[in-house]
Design a protein around this ligand. Structure first.
Ligand SMILES: *Cc1c(COP(=O)(O)O)cnc(C)c1O
Length: 232
């Protein structure tokens, strides 16, 4: 994987367009979320200079410093990692979209902080499709009950679903999980037609093309843009 951040972004954009083309989709219907966890501010600046507008972080505290340094009205910050209720106030303040709503308790807390800030909080519901106990997200059987419960929360807008399938070396093995998430979204849209569940946040560096073929509207990509992370 050669080149600088700018070249890799161009490559990723090209691959997004090709995957969209293969599935008769408009490439503009796929938003690239550049995942910048543990990425240095100088590298994020390169991505900004290359025209990226949407950034994803997975820790609230780490994002706070970066938003303070790099935030601007034309830049969006998404929370893609697990959110603990005790961090939800700061998360609601910082982020434009929270991909990891997975409980009624968290929904209630996000709604309360949204009301206090007079902010409409946008969120996706994270589904744990692999049933992996060490991963966040709710079980798919809890999805419709959570959507039902969210009717009580006027400051919360649910815009779709997110999932992180179990890791597979072969991206084709992730396809059934992406397909499942799309089906769950379609079912939820049928039973709750007044929600606008337009987003499917699925696909990472290893499997985003397959995710796009299966309907992803948000792909969360770190390594393919910024190189391998040195995990903290
Ligand atoms: C780190 C991370 C990504 C990006 O993963 P890459 O494999 O580096 O593209 C996407 N989504 C979430 C939730 C992550 O934590």
């Amino acid at each position: 994987m050669g080149g600088g951040v700018r070249e890799r972004i161009e490559q990723v954009r090209r691959r997004i367009a090709e995957a969209a083309g293969r599935s008769d989709r408009d490439p503009n219907g796929v938003e690239l979320v550049a995942v910048t966890k543990s990425v240095a501010v100088s590298q994020i600046r390169e991505a900004l200079d290359a025209g990226l507008k949407v950034f994803g972080e997975n820790r609230v505290q780490e994002a706070k410093g970066k938003v303070a340094l790099l935030g601007s009205p034309s830049t969006q910050w998404h929370l893609v990692g697990t959110l603990q209720t005790n961090k939800s106030k700061l998360a609601v303040e910082l982020f434009d979209l929270i991909h990891s709503l997975d409980s009624v308790k968290l929904a209630a807390s996000m709604d309360r902080h949204g009301a206090a800030l007079r902010k409409q909080v946008r969120a996706l519901i994270e589904v744990n499709l692999g049933g992996e106990s060490d991963k966040s997200g709710l079980h798919e059987s809890e999805l419709l009950p959570l959507l039902q419960a969210c009717r009580a929360y006027a400051h919360l807008t649910i815009e779709g679903l997110m999932a992180i399938p179990p890791f597979h070396r072969n991206p084709q093995d992730a396809r059934p999980f992406f397909r499942r998430l799309r089906l769950l979204r379609d079912e939820a849209a049928d039973t709750h037609p007044d929600y606008r569940l337009r987003h499917l946040s699925m696909g990472m560096s290893n499997d985003f093309e397959v995710a796009i073929e299966e309907g992803a509207t948000l792909v969360r990509i770190g390594t393919a843009i910024f190189g391998n992370r040195v995990e903290a």
